[in-house]
Design a protein. Structure first.
Ligand code: ATP
Ligand code: MG
Length: 689
């Protein structure tokens, strides 16, 4: 119990019923979860009957590290993973009840788009992505295709719902699921199959959920079914940090909890252990206009600290230079020793580039998080297609990628005929390979090369099933890549030798990482297997599609972090620069399809509230110093437009001690502008707009 205040201790000691910890940023919610895992074990609950659910894989591996620190080796048996990884666990064990093969594939976003193109009869990726978006939202609301069609508001939605129906058929045929299914199908499984539900309710002694405010409707239902009526769970969250509304997260989950569990114990934490008072006040000023779900107060005992700095910059390059200069001067003054003490946060991925350039120029090491993930790189996806095919022969998208990468003399004509044949006989592409009637549509040479490919895949699969441990895996992978000529393929298909070399380095890194997982040397945040046991290559391959980052000990790297605000959730740094605090960027442009910019309507108000929460998340990442910067000239497409400082800057500056800027006049002008805007808004509210 050391290192916990009284309210935290209360939450940690409340073991036998539903518990909600509702508190502001930096108040030790995540710490409550890690300590509660230890407490539950101490109270006699078997480690494997505890599940802690985090928002990202990275958060899961961090939590596992912390838990290890508290309880030692037993931590490895605790299930610490994301909702999606937990879903995989349920489906691999019991998906058969839904007609799913245990070796189903998990499709990535690109596979989904190509299936949707096909299902909707278009070649336009942008259109397919819109369908993907709509279907994903429906799935997250728990709607199937028929239900989506029934509630469609216009023709466009009706068409999309019909495409969804065809898309679902294809997924079933490929024995594949998409990301949303990893929540939706386990939910269906537990809802419709009493025996499976009873088994999981028995298995889960206590479920802990971090970042509860960003769960969506299906995740809520899943949690509910998993914990059953006893409701042994601990949810921790902060309604002011709900920033995934655009992905279907809903604050209703917080509202529903006390209704669905009348015996719910609600605990509030009020002390912030992360930030100085100045930073905390700035955050409170920004979030204050939002409607409150629960009243909350936060205080810090870390002292007043430096006022928040407002930095105005000529343009984005200048903004990056000033951020770098700021970090250097803080370091020179001895206030921050390590580069890992510094972070630049921004709204959108593309903003990282100028900061990367400035940091390179100054020779400061950095990493970009929340950017393109390792597993999105073409070369890694090539290899993953092969792995997926071993795991699930019926995964048609993986089949098509593997059979053509590298090229092996099986042309598009042959594959098109194979495809027609397969759909005619309702077979997967792989199954069709060995059909005796294939000769009726393809010549003997084509059939011969297809057979050869099929036998090769079968052989690899057999060997992968029997390859265990790091050394064996390394040897196997090296052989396989040599066999298919992957290195040569990279150099042949890439114009620049340098680029090919860097892609090959990624491949080697990936192989090394696979091998280490087979040896149990790396923690497995995917939830399917736990570290320090040897695994077969096939077992490791089964979990691959779920991962988005290589879970190296990123946190140990001594480098500056560049991150999107969304990816910064739950994290903290001593010194933070919050960049791009411009109207139109943060808050993002607030006009929607129905209204013009600035015109008040329900949609815009809700968007503004979410933007406010995003800003609140950003501010509260800072421990000791915070600078917010904005640019006077901003690139917008090809144009350069005049930049306007974010309204949030003026709001932070409401009380003078919080924010500092030179020269003083500018701040006065900002305050005046804000006061005028507020008067206008109040007037509008009074007039009932
Ligand atoms: P967020 O809302 O951003 O997710 P949180 O509420 O989860 O924040 P934590 O990350 O758990 O907060 O804690 C914030 C910081 O305060 C961490 O550095 C943590 O180690 C520290 N901390 C939490 N509780 C205590 C405590 N009782 N005593 C000292 N330090 C604490
Ligand atoms: Mg947290």
């Amino acid at each position: 119990m050391s290192g916990l205040n009284l309210a935290q201790q209360e939450a940690v000691n409340y073991l036998h019923g539903p518990c909600l910890v509702l508190a502001g940023a930096g108040s030790g919610k995540t710490r409550v979860i890690t300590h509660k895992i230890a407490r539950l074990i101490q109270a006699g609950l078997a480690a494997k009957r505890i599940a802690a659910i985090t928002f990202t894989n990275k958060a899961a591996s961090e939590m596992r590290e912390r838990a290890k620190g508290l309880i030692g080796r037993e931590a490895k048996d605790v299930v610490i993973c994301t909702f999606h990884a937990l879903g995989v666990r349920l489906l691999r064990q019991d998906g058969a009840s839904l007609g799913l093969k245990p070796q189903f594939s998990i499709l990535d976003s690109d596979d989904v788009v190509s299936i949707l193109k096909d299902a909707g009869g278009t070649t336009d990726a942008a259109t397919a992505r819109q369908w993907q978006w709509a279907i994903s939202l429906w799935k997250n609301m728990g709607l199937n295709a028929a239900q989506a069609e029934a509630q469609a508001k216009d023709d466009n939605e009706r068409v999309t719902a019909r495409i969804m129906a065809r898309y679902e058929e294809r997924l079933a045929a490929f024995h594949s699921v998409d990301f949303d299914d990893l929540i939706g199908l386990p939910l269906k499984l537990l809802r419709d199959h009493e025996d499976v539900r009873a088994k999981w309710q028995q298995a889960m002694g206590h479920v802990l959920v971090d970042e509860y405010q960003d769960t969506n409707a299906t995740q809520y239902e899943l949690l509910k079914l998993m914990v059953g009526e006893r409701g042994r769970f601990t949810a921790v969250g902060d309604d002011d940090q709900s920033i995934y509304g655009w992905r279907g997260a809903t604050l209703d989950n917080l509202r529903k909890l006390p209704v669905d569990y009348p015996q719910l114990k609600v605990i509030k934490l009020e002390q912030n252990y992360r930030s100085t008072s100045a930073i905390l006040r700035a955050a409170n000023n920004v979030i204050q206009p939002n409607p409150k779900l629960f009243p909350k107060t936060l205080f810090s005992e870390l002292g007043e600290g430096e006022p928040v700095r407002v930095v105005d910059c000529d343009n984005e390059e200048h903004e990056a230079e000033r951020a770098v200069a700021r970090f250097q001067s803080i370091r020179a003054a001895g206030a921050g020793k390590d580069w890992k003490d510094f972070a630049v946060l921004y709204r959108a991925n593309h903003q990282a580039r100028v900061f990367e350039q400035a940091l390179r120029k100054a020779q400061i090491p950095y990493k970009v998080s929340g950017g393109q993930s390792f597993f999105d790189r073409a070369e890694i996806r090539d290899l993953c297609a092969w792995l997926r095919l071993w795991v699930n022969n019926d995964d048609d998208p993986a089949f098509l990628r593997a059979v053509t990468t590298p090229k092996r003399g099986i042309g598009h004509q042959t594959l098109a005929s194979l495809g027609t044949f397969a759909s005619q006989y309702k077979l997967s592409l792989f199954e069709s390979l060995f059909s005796s009637s294939l000769g009726s549509v393809l010549n003997a040479r084509a059939v011969g090369s297809l057979h050869e490919f099929g036998r090769y895949v079968n052989d690899l699969e057999y060997r992968a099933r029997h390859t265990e441990g790091a050394e064996a895996a390394r040897a196997f992978i090296t052989d396989w890549l040599k066999d298919i000529g992957y290195e040569k393929h990279l150099y042949d298909s890439e114009d620049s030798e340098k680029l090919a070399a860097s892609r090959w380095t990624n491949v080697l890194e990936f192989c090394d990482w696979m091998a280490k997982r087979c040896g149990g040397e790396i923690d497995d945040a995917s939830g399917a297997n736990i570290a320090s046991e040897k695994k077969t290559l096939l077992e490791v391959a089964q979990t691959i599609s779920l991962l988005s980052t290589i879970s190296e000990r990123e946190q140990d790297q001594n480098v500056v972090t560049l991150s999107t605000l969304h990816a910064s959730k739950g994290l903290e740094w001593p010194h933070v620069v919050l960049a791009g605090c411009n109207e139109g960027l943060l808050p993002f442009k607030l006009d929607d399809d129905n209204g013009k910019a600035g015109q008040a309507n329900e949609g815009i108000l809700q968007k503004l509230q979410e933007e406010r929460r995003l800003m609140y998340v950003g501010i509260t990442r800072a421990q000791r110093s915070l600078a917010v910067s904005w640019v006077k000239r901003r690139k917008k497409g090809r144009e350069v437009v005049a930049g306007v400082p974010s309204r949030f800057i003026a709001e932070m500056a409401l009380d003078k001690a919080t924010v500092k800027e030179d020269p003083r006049e500018k701040l006065r002008a900002l305050r005046a502008e804000f006061a005028a805007r507020k008067a206008q808004a109040d007037g509008a509210a009074a007039a009932g707009v």
